[in-house]
Design a protein around this ligand. Structure first.
Ligand SMILES: [Zn+2]
Length: 192
């Protein structure tokens, strides 16, 4: 009898835990808003961590309505890989320098980072124009562009960088992203 009770308890704990895990996993898959993020292999581990930090803040703001996750930190730049990522609606974060940026006619010397378009899928970080600790603030802004936000007159989507105004995902940014991605703003977590 005692053995049977232990077995029942064991079965309950076992199935209880595994079904809870299943519910959590299927929730994310069903959300249909998973976005793979590919990080250029040229970023150092510390630089990749800065990018990851801003991704975590975005996931917190999106509050499970969308989920960004790192698919690889070893992305190799090639036309094929970039096209493939675009077809899969993945985001790519590329590391470039001023020499490369100066060759692009739309990119002036004051620009620190840019995306291929609002609602696009590629961020170019001009690495020699910022300190390592600036990367996550700047990426917070650039993820905003990828998720559909345009420049506004203050806060995270202001076009001029400062750590103070780029420190969190504000209402104006969350609202723009909610509109663009068709999310519920009331379920988003933004800073006041
Ligand atoms: Zn911008």
């Amino acid at each position: 009898m005692h053995k049977l009770l232990v077995l029942c308890l064991f079965m309950f704990v076992w199935f209880g835990c595994s079904s809870a895990q299943y519910v959590q996993q299927s929730y994310y898959i069903e959300s249909n808003k998973l976005i793979s993020v590919y990080i250029d292999s040229n970023f150092s581990e510390e630089e990749a961590k800065e990018i990851e930090m801003s991704m975590i803040l975005w996931n917190n703001a999106l509050n499970k309505q969308m989920l960004l996750f790192i698919a690889s930190k070893n992305f190799i730049i090639s036309t094929h890989n970039i096209n493939e990522a675009e077809e899969n609606n993945s985001f790519i974060i590329l590391k470039i320098n001023s020499v490369i940026a100066n060759d692009k006619k739309d990119i002036d010397s004051s620009i620190l980072a840019y995306t291929n378009r609002v609602g696009g899928n590629i961020v170019y970080i001009i690495r020699d124009r910022m300190a390592e600790e600036d990367i996550h603030y700047i990426m917070l802004h650039e993820f905003g562009h990828l998720l559909g936000a345009t420049h506004v007159k203050k806060g995270l989507m202001y076009k001029y960088y400062s750590p103070a105004s780029y420190s969190c995902i504000d209402y104006d940014t969350a609202k723009q992203v909610a509109n663009y991605e068709k999310l519920n703003i009331n379920n988003m977590k933004y800073c006041k």
